[in-house]
Design a protein around this ligand. Structure first.
Ligand SMILES: *Cc1c(COP(=O)(O)O)cnc(C)c1O
Length: 358
């Protein structure tokens, strides 16, 4: 049995999901199979919304597959990478029986989706060191093997802590968990990182899953477009578990426009600006009284420890600068996460934190 079939919930073997109208291969002239309206809505000037959309629009899938360096059947389009996380939990974890491994403090959706699915959460905390918050990938793999976990999430670069997981460590983990557990590398911020995506390893490791998104560097958070990259077999299984028509046509058209050459080169310039600003803000914050530590980051955010995080939050709020309070997360009782904005946004942040008392 293949790895995907071995790890798939046994009650989902042979499940093919909803047979939607757009799955029919028919070459129609008169479409009377989906109970749609025969006329576009008056508000829909370009008539893009009258018919149910393709579940996996080929044009967008092809462009993204090329951008990410995989074959189109190795890519699943979804409503943000959040949907991919949810689909993975639902397809591979039997409620009350299977587990997932995470390394907190980390992006909250892994735990949320695990909770919703009734999957146990095995936490192997990040290790706070001089080099930053480091994932103990060996301990994570040990925990996955000991518990028989179906999924292990690596966030790289990690949100909110900033470090990327070294590629050698990912290789080692993929080898150790071969045939046993899926390793999900969430690369929501990889455009801002030094090291490249691990997507090119998909042909080599059938237990590798990579998550990418258009929400961050590509500035399309509201369009809700994310991708899961994995073996074609895994992608096909998740497609059967996904909603019948997940990709709204107006969002798909916007994404296609955002991936044309001019838009892509502007995106790359802006990523470069954010990376420069990240280092400028990091240096400026490091020297401020009341700032205890600024972690190096390969994302578009900085994790900062304050002597008095509440005071910093209040000062920022008083000038209308909103940052993310991280104090409820383990190991982060004095920390805020600050997204890198445009240069003027970052100036406003620094000014508010520099300003005298009150
Ligand atoms: C923002 C974020 C996502 C979610 O991205 P969407 O594609 O907008 O759902 C996924 N993973 C991490 C680590 C994130 O920070």
């Amino acid at each position: 049995m293949s790895l995907v079939q071995t790890l798939l919930r046994d009650d989902l073997r042979g499940f093919t999901g909803y047979a939607s109208a757009r799955r029919s291969a028919a070459e129609g002239r008169v479409w009377l199979n989906a109970n749609e309206s025969p006329w576009p809505n008056r508000a829909d000037r370009e008539g893009v919304a009258q018919r149910y959309p393709s579940p996996q629009p080929a044009a967008l899938r092809d462009v993204l597959a090329r951008l990410y360096g995989v074959m189109p059947p190795q890519l699943l389009l979804g409503r943000g990478s959040d949907e991919a996380i949810d689909l993975l939990l639902r397809a591979f974890c039997r409620a009350g029986r299977d587990a997932v491994v995470i390394a907190p403090p980390v992006f909250g959706m892994y735990a949320v989706c695990a909770r919703l699915q009734g999957a146990a959460l095995i936490e192997v905390p990040l290790h706070d060191s001089d080099a930053g918050f480091i994932a103990d990938t060996e301990a994570m793999a040990d925990a996955a093997l000991a518990s028989g976990a179906r999924l292990l999430f690596l966030c790289s670069p990690a949100n909110p802590t900033g470090a990327a997981v070294p590629q050698e460590a990912i290789h080692t983990m993929l080898d150790r968990l071969a045939g046993r557990c899926l390793v999900v590398v969430d690369e929501a911020y990889v455009e801002y990182a030094e090291q490249p995506s691990v997507a090119r390893l998909i042909d080599r490791y059938e237990n590798l899953v990579v998550l990418r998104t258009l929400s961050k560097a590509h500035a399309l958070a509201a369009a809700r477009i994310g991708c899961l990259l994995a073996s074609a077999e895994l992608v096909a299984v998740l497609r059967d578990c996904q909603a019948p028509y997940p990709m709204p046509t107006p969002c798909v058209e916007l994404a296609l426009a955002a991936l044309e050459d001019d838009a892509l080169s502007q995106t790359r310039e802006r990523v470069a600006i954010v990376r420069r600003e990240r280092e400028r803000v990091r240096a400026a914050l490091t020297g401020l009284p009341g700032v205890r530590r600024v972690y190096r980051s390969e994302g578009n955010y900085l994790l900062v420890r304050f002597a008095d995080a509440d005071d910093a939050l209040q000062r920022l709020l008083a000038t209308g600068v909103v940052v993310r309070d991280m104090r409820a997360q383990v190991q982060l009782g004095d920390a805020l996460r600050i997204s890198i904005g445009a240069p003027t946004d970052n100036d406003a942040l620094l000014l508010a934190l520099r300003g005298g008392p009150g």
